[in-house]
Design a protein around this ligand. Structure first.
Ligand SMILES: Cc1cc2nc3c(=O)[nH]c(=O)nc-3n(C[C@H](O)[C@H](O)[C@H](O)COP(=O)(O)OP(=O)(O)OC[C@H]3O[C@@H](n4cnc5c(N)ncnc54)[C@H](O)[C@@H]3O)c2cc1C
Length: 412
């Protein structure tokens, strides 16, 4: 039995969900419900007490809590209804949601749903690191949560596997709190974090970065006692004779985020195997009509400002949908060509100007992005520097999309 009907239900009260709620309200939707499983809004920003947020949107350098508070204040001022400590455990194609909270299970029917569930960290089991199974192996985000929110130190002598931003930031945080970070170990020949974080989190604290290396063994009985690492060749096989061992009590994993999409899968939403998020059209609408996606649940973002911008866009589109405005149906398929990891959205109608988000596969200098319809080059963009850690935005005017059947974007 349905307990309540709403116009727009938003799953996840992080920066994406909050921006979507505010944009939907601004676009005239009164009846919104924002649902968050944690005890407060803000998402992962609650634990990101370092600076670096808000440069694009506010032209200011804010901490995560400062950034999120600006949105929480607006949600409260505009009295946008939100449920806390409430987890959506199921959604259906008919846009029915099942919510578990202290007061029991509730069923809600929405005219439109916005997926803004964020991402979760890859774990040891998912990367198959060999060795024994002692305590002291954490994801970097879990360690960040311990230090910043619970005032607990996860360890004293630490090795970090993976050079993603979360690992770099947590390596600096641990150092500031008195731990010794012995090494950051990265299997790729380049870091997967933002260049500014390499400088500000590793070089400034003299933390060594071992590129083309991986962890070959975790040793320890009750607690981690040591970690062995070795260099890898181009096929990621260990190079004999390059092994080294670090006496340590902790291994942190910063080996990538996985967009949170169990709910999407249950609702039959088509997912993209490369991004891990739903396939969407230019309105960020998924394969199920009236269900939209944004933020890290759609694809892993580099900076939160872009998450907020995406949330804005989805809020407006969901409002349009509720008001019966017909959205374009995405007749032009978009694919990632040579050197490009992925492009989002995966299809556009060609009826509107669009902004595409993409990531390259490898760092490089003096490259060109080519937007192509078959062999015809529609647009060429010079890129003095490209880096997989940084998302690239490409704008296309609807005139440029006239007569286009399919688009591919490649790196020359
Ligand atoms: C450690 C770390 C450091 C970062 N540093 C920076 C930085 O310096 N600068 C920068 O610009 N960006 C940074 N980022 C990136 C930025 O924080 C993220 O891109 C942004 O928070 C993603 O927003 P989101 O709303 O998509 O996801 P989240 O912030 O993860 O929010 C998702 C929310 O959905 C909720 N949720 C999930 N499933 C359900 C469900 N079933 N029911 C109800 N609620 C649910 C979660 O509890 C969570 O609150 C960092 C990220 C991390 C993890």
């Amino acid at each position: 039995m349905i307990d309540k009907e709403v116009d727009v239900a938003i799953i996840g009260g992080g920066p994406a969900g909050m921006a979507a709620a505010l944009a939907a309200r601004k676009a005239g939707v009164e009846d919104i419900l924002l649902i968050e499983r944690n005890e407060s809004l803000g998402g992962i920003l609650n634990q990101c007490i370092h600076e670096g947020f808000g440069v694009e949107i506010f032209n200011e350098v804010l901490t995560g809590p400062e950034y999120m508070q600006r949105f929480i204040d607006k949600i409260e001022k505009q009295e946008i209804p939100h449920l806390l400590d409430s987890m959506v455990i199921d959604i259906s194609k008919d846009k029915e949601l099942v919510i578990a909270s202290e007061s029991g299970l509730h069923r809600i029917k929405a005219k439109a749903i916005i997926l803004a569930m964020g991402a979760r960290e890859r774990t040891r089991g998912q990367i198959g690191t060999p060795g024994s199974r002692p305590a002291g192996v954490y994801t970097a985000g879990a360690a960040q949560n311990f230090i910043n929110l619970m005032n607990l130190m996860p360890g004293k002598r630490v090795v970090v596997l993976g050079s993603g931003d979360i690992g770099l930031i947590t390596a600096r945080r641990l150092t500031l709190e008195g731990a010794k970070v012995l090494a950051v170990v990265e299997i790729l020949p380049y870091s997967s974090g933002l260049p500014r974080n390499i400088t500000q989190c590793l070089e400034d604290y003299e933390i060594p970065l071992y590129l083309k290396h991986t962890v070959t063994e975790i040793k320890g009985n009750k607690r981690v006692e040591s970690i062995s690492i070795a260099e890898v060749d181009d096929k990621w096989c260990h190079v004999p004779g390059t092994e080294r061992e670090f006496d340590c009590d902790t291994l942190l994993l910063s080996v990538g985020l996985i967009p949170e999409n169990e709910l999407s899968r249950n609702a039959g939403i088509v997912l993209d195997p490369v991004t891990g998020g739903p396939r969407v059209n230019e309105n960020l609408e998924t394969s199920v009509e009236g269900i939209f996606a944004c933020g890290n649940s759609l694809h892993v973002h580099d900076i939160v400002d872009f998450v907020t911008m995406e949330g804005d866009c989805v809020g407006i589109q969901a409002a349009n949908f509720v008001k019966g405005k017909v959205c374009g149906d995405g007749g032009i398929d978009i694919s990632a060509g040579n050197g490009v990891g992925y492009v989002l959205p995966q299809c556009v109608s060609g009826d509107e100007d669009v902004k595409l988000s993409l990531r390259v596969r490898e760092p490089g200098r003096d490259r060109k992005l080519l937007v192509k319809d078959g062999d015809r080059i529609i647009k060429e963009i010079k890129k003095p520097k490209v880096n997989p850690a940084e998302m690239i935005k490409v704008g296309l005017k609807k005139d440029e999309l006239k007569g286009v059947k399919s688009l591919s974007i490649e790196l020359e």
